[in-house]
Design a protein around this ligand. Structure first.
Ligand code: TEU
Ligand code: CA
Length: 554
């Protein structure tokens, strides 16, 4: 049944609200996506991961679902969706939908029912009595990922419900077998409509420790040791795999905070029958302390983390991504100040990631080198940013200027500014004023302009993806990091049945010297990909130019 097509696939992530507006109301939608299918195909990607498009009151832009079997009005109808998936399939592009089942919206019919203590849906969620006199203190000390306690008091029943995200995102009770069956049914509903897989949102949070014990006090999330990869996590995912994933030629990728190279085998090895792949976030944290406070980018550590994933057995398929809708843009996060070499820097990042043994993900706009936005305070739209600002205003207004500085580096909003299609009005994203500010640099950074230049970052991505396709050495070859201690260079060798690939990338906006390992010889080598027109056919100069990135077939 399983073809494991994802091993040779590159996946493009669409955040629908910000991708393309098809009906001129300022909000991206499905008709907008349909209008860009040829563009997506032209990139050479194999699949799309679509962030949630289900019915939702949009407290967290669709990650709060009120009906799993229908489409959000702002995004269109189920018929539009069917046209979209047909359009993808006819172009040989698969569709990965987002599966958000750690929690629902508080407006989901189950939760509305669940507020009633006698309802059969009460046990679909996690209700507890409070502590202290009159139970007016939350049942434990867990905190929400979106600031504040993870519990909300419900006057009607005098009890609290758990929400690891916003209070409009109550956590489902996976201990309840009915909930688990509902989830399998939802997956099968979409599989039967043709979807090719799921990206499983915060899937490692579904099993909470028995008795919901207090967590140790640590900033910023208290209690996470009691719900990340909890006691029944593997059992529940295995069951879901049996009831759903394994019945289709599907692929799954878990948003799997807590899965590390040390425990990945149990989570994704082909023999275990759970998820096919996971996203891990350690490499996305190397320039933040406590996940939020900006700190210096530790390049050596970054390489070390990625390398550990590469060394997993071949039956465990890693993923690689530099951007998604929850993180700031990778330029200049990982490249430092690129000055006027933005596209060269983007090519360096692309080259570093695309030839690993992994399923790479490209986030919308990454392919044209979109950057962070100099937001004003009122520009922030993300619930996480808005909550953080209002909490700080309340608790310690003196810290507001600092908080603003942090957000300029860390806010999820950066990834959510409208896709920059043209230099025209609203960056060609919409004919109306977009729901979110457009990055003013759209006049220089946009798809239309990138299409015109053969040496653009966009066209570099296309070349890289075309080169990658079907190459056994990239899909399955061994991975060896070269000069792991170098503070400037990301280099690796891939090897499979006598075929070798050598990838060398200068991450810095300066010339750097390097020393090649002795055993690397360049007889009969072919220059496969490069970002300077005159990149050397043979590496012997021992000097790489600013952000120079080269791939050799040895
Ligand atoms: O993200 C989970 C998650 O842990 C993030 O919210 C994280 O805390 C934040 O991005 C800081 O890195 C997933 C989705 O990707 C995110 O968009 C949702 O808001 C969240 O789950 C709740 O569904
Ligand atoms: Ca619209």
């Amino acid at each position: 049944m399983k073809t494991r097509w994802y091993k040779d696939a590159v996946i493009y992530q669409i955040y629908p609200r910000s991708f393309c507006d098809g009906n001129g109301d300022g909000i991206g939608d499905i008709r907008g996506i349909i209008s860009k299918l040829d563009y997506i195909k032209s990139l050479g990607v194999d699949a799309v991961w679509l962030s949630p498009v289900y019915k939702s009151p949009n407290d967290d832009n669709g990650y709060d679902i009120s009906d799993y079997r229908d489409i959000m009005d702002e995004f269109g109808t189920l018929d539009d969706w069917k046209e979209m998936i047909d359009g993808m399939h006819s172009r040989d592009i698969r569709l990965i939908m987002d599966l958000v089942v750690n929690h629902t919206s508080d407006e989901h019919a189950w939760f509305v029912e669940s507020r009633n203590k006698d309802s059969e849906y009460r046990d679909y969620y996690i209700w507890r009595k409070g502590r202290g006199k009159n139970g007016k203190k939350p049942p434990n000390n867990w905190t929400s990922n979106f600031v504040g306690p993870a519990w909300e008091y419900d006057e009607q029943s005098g009890e609290w419900y758990l929400h690891l995200f916003s209070k409009k995102q109550p956590d489902l009770n996976w201990e309840n077998p009915k909930v688990r069956q509902e989830v399998a049914d939802i997956c099968n509903y979409w599989f039967d409509l043709g979807v090719d897989g799921f990206r499983c949102d915060v899937i490692t949070y579904i099993s909470k420790k028995d008795g919901l014990p207090d967590g140790k006090l640590k900033f910023p999330l208290v209690g996470d040791e009691n719900y990340i990869v909890g006691p029944n996590y593997h059992k529940y995912i295995h069951e879901l795999n049996e009831r759903s994933f394994s019945r289709y030629d599907s692929m799954t990728v878990g948003e799997s905070i807590g899965i590390t190279p040390d425990n990945a085998f149990d989570a994704i090895d082909e023999s275990v029958g759970e998820l096919d792949t996971v996203f891990s976030f350690d490499h996305m944290g190397v320039d933040f302390k406590f996940k939020v406070l900006p700190s210096k980018f530790n390049f050596v550590k970054y390489k070390k983390i990625l390398n550990r994933w590469q060394q997993l057995p071949k039956t465990c398929q890693p993923t690689i991504f530099l951007e998604n809708h929850d993180y700031p843009r990778c330029l200049p996060r990982f490249t430092g100040d690129y000055g006027d070499r933005r596209e060269l820097a983007g090519m360096a990042l692309a080259t570093s990631m695309l030839f690993m043994r992994a399923t790479p993900y490209i986030y919308q706009g990454q392919e044209i080198g979109m950057t962070n936005c100099a937001f004003k305070q009122e520009d922030y739209k993300d619930i996480m940013s808005v909550n953080a600002l209002s909490m700080i205003k309340k608790v310690c207004p003196l810290l507001l200027p600092y908080a603003r500085k942090v957000l300029l580096k860390r806010a999820r909003d950066h990834a959510r500014t409208p896709m920059q299609w043209t230099a025209g009005d609203n960056a060609g994203f919409s004919t109306a004023e977009p729901w979110m500010v457009v990055n003013p640099n759209y006049k220089e950074i946009n798809v239309e302009d990138s299409e015109k230049r053969s040496d653009s970052l966009l066209n570099f991505y296309r070349k890289a993806l075309a080169f990658r396709k079907g190459k056994e050495v990239i899909i399955n070859g061994d991975f060896r990091l070269v000069c792991p201690k170098s503070k400037d260079i990301f280099a690796y060798i891939r090897e499979c049945e006598g075929k070798r690939l050598f990838v060398i990338v200068n991450f810095k906006n300066k010339q750097v010297n390097f020393k090649l390992p002795k055993e690397l010889t360049f007889d009969n080598c072919a220059l496969a990909l490069f970002n300077y027109a005159d990149s050397p056919k043979v590496l012997n100069s021992m000097k790489l130019r600013e952000y120079e990135a080269i791939v050799y077939e040895l």
